[in-house]
Design a protein around this ligand. Structure first.
Ligand SMILES: Cc1cc2nc3c(=O)[nH]c(=O)nc-3n(C[C@H](O)[C@H](O)[C@H](O)COP(=O)(O)OP(=O)(O)OC[C@H]3O[C@@H](n4cnc5c(N)ncnc54)[C@H](O)[C@@H]3O)c2cc1C
Length: 479
């Protein structure tokens, strides 16, 4: 019980979990080079005494204990603002534990259908919080043929399902794909990926189990090789996190860890609540990235002496528009928060979905602006080793000179960050993350259609068009 240290965290990962990477079964991830950066990144969030963000990381629970703030259920606008600040300084390996915010926000609805499951949510939330554990958001099924429902697939296991119910619990089989940090957390919090119908009861399943549970295997994948030089890769040398292909091979889940087992009416409610918190995280990251893009565009232009060129200024204005729209959307979503009957507050659903959509739909275009300004060096800049070479280095310094006040090494660092963030392996990862993580564009479109006040918009349009309310009502009644 209580807060762990970074060392405790690392030790806790030596628990027999079954993980694979690059054709190798890895028995101890803490000593394997592929996991070095991801573990170091996640371990930082256990530095509760750190001068920079130590105080932000912890909070006092209602029981008087101390816990990581990722578990603080927001009940006011100020709490929400603090949560946003926390997420700006938290690794994704910890941020995914926000899955418990999704569960806590649906707990009341679950209680109405199955009080025992709601009790399980509350107990597991406290267990993870009080033991300073990390939990992954395990929602996306392989889904097979997208035109067919879960129970209509050629292989019934293409969505995670219950294959047996017994006195001890449920037995589940299936897989979940793309699970961020699955190998680096303690608990896998599984939810249905979408709404389920009456005949899909076995697929309406949600639970939490330890990563080292018998029958769980994780196949890892990431954009990053084991080691990257931080001059050439200023972003990804320190930031990589494997996604896990998580397999549940007839896994027994004890009843006290089950959140949903056949209550189809709650399946989409769970999926949507997680979507909101995932998208909020996505927008927070988008605000950070978009501001970086503005700074990089301005720097790369200044280094080349073209910052007063009207075309350059127009392009930078486009980047500023993107960054400011995102920043304002996040701010709006938190100020116009929504509240559950329990008192828990959460970001405005429509605003977050519109913001995430705006981020994803315009991300590629925004990067195009940055690439357009930067030129070919984004891809062809020589490596640090050549810069440091006694013969090659002087050529690089001579021919990358632009102006007396521009240091060639600084110029190279700016290019390296542009390439790393947008044009190399990490950059390619970012392109797909912007679109798919937290759900593809259509997931946000669906939520916007659902939550926008279309009736009010229609009424305004009718009034503006001069359609009398009674005539409109009559026509509508006849329709
Ligand atoms: C880096 C990364 C990290 C991720 N982390 C997590 C995580 O931690 N946890 C987690 O659970 N998930 C995670 N995801 C998964 C993410 O939520 C999904 O990738 C996303 O929801 C899209 O699902 P999909 O990949 O199965 O693609 P698909 O469902 O195949 O979607 C691709 C496209 O097909 C369209 N489409 C889908 N079905 C139909 C249909 N029936 N008819 C017509 N068009 C259709 C979609 O609208 C979309 O445009 C992550 C993804 C990435 C890339």
């Amino acid at each position: 019980m209580g807060l762990k240290t970074p060392q405790h965290y690392v030790e806790s990962l030596r628990d027999g979990r079954v993980t694979y990477w690059d054709g190798e079964r890895i028995d101890d991830i803490t000593t394997h080079p592929r996991f070095r950066v991801p573990i170091a990144l996640t371990a930082v969030d256990y530095e509760y005494d750190a001068a920079d963000y130590g105080a932000l990381r912890r909070y006092r629970t209602e029981d008087g204990g101390e816990a990581h703030r990722i578990y603080q259920v927001p009940t006011s606008e100020a709490d929400l603002a603090t949560r946003v600040e926390l997420l700006q300084h938290t690794s994704i390996g910890t941020a995914v534990s926000g899955v418990y915010m999704a569960l806590m926000s649906v707990k009341d609805d679950v209680a109405q259908v199955n009080p025992a499951c709601a009790t399980n949510i509350e107990r597991m939330y406290r267990y993870c919080r009080d033991n300073d554990l990390r939990a992954a958001e395990v929602i996306t099924d392989p889904k097979g043929d997208r035109k067919r429902r879960a129970h209509e697939q050629d292989d019934p296991d293409l969505y995670v399902r219950i294959v047996d119910r017994n006195a001890d619990g449920i037995v589940v089989r299936g897989a979940k794909l793309h699970i961020t940090a699955a190998s680096l957390v303690h608990e896998l919090v599984v939810m249905p990926t979408k709404g389920m119908r009456q005949d899909e009861k076995d697929y309406a399943v949600s639970f939490s189990i330890p990563v080292n549970t018998k029958g769980v295997s994780i196949i890892n994948r990431s954009f990053a090789p084991a080691a990257l030089n931080e001059f050439d890769y200023p972003a990804s040398a320190h930031h990589s996190m494997p996604e896990g292909f998580v397999v549940f091979d007839d896994v027994l889940v004890p009843w006290d860890r089950v959140f949903l087992a056949g209550e189809v009416q709650l399946a989409s409610r769970l999926a949507q609540s997680l979507g909101l918190w995932e998208r909020t995280g996505g927008v927070i990251e988008a605000v950070r990235l978009s501001e970086l893009f503005v700074g990089l565009a301005q720097l790369v232009s200044e280094h080349q002496g073209k910052e007063r060129d009207p075309v350059v200024m127009n392009t930078i204005a486009e980047l500023i528009t993107y960054a400011e729209m995102l920043r304002m959307s996040l701010d709006y979503a938190c100020r116009h928060f929504e509240q559950a009957p329990s008192g828990m507050v959460f970001p405005n659903v429509l605003a977050i979905n519109a913001a995430k959509y705006f981020y994803a739909a315009n991300f590629h275009q925004t990067v195009r602006h940055l690439h357009d300004l930067s030129g070919g060096l984004v891809l062809t800049l020589p490596l640090e080793a050549d810069l440091r070479h006694p013969e090659a280095g002087p050529y690089i310094r001579k021919y990358l000179h632009t102006k007396p006040d521009v240091d060639v090494e600084d110029r190279m660092r700016v290019y390296n960050l542009i390439r790393d963030l947008t044009a190399d392996a990490y950059g390619g990862w970012q392109f797909v993350v912007a679109l798919q993580a937290g759900g593809g564009l259509s997931a946000q479109r669906i939520m916007m259609n659902r939550t926008y006040d279309l009736a009010r918009a229609k009424q305004r349009a009718l009034a503006a068009a001069g359609v009398k309310p009674r005539a409109a009502a009559k026509r509508q009644a006849a329709e």
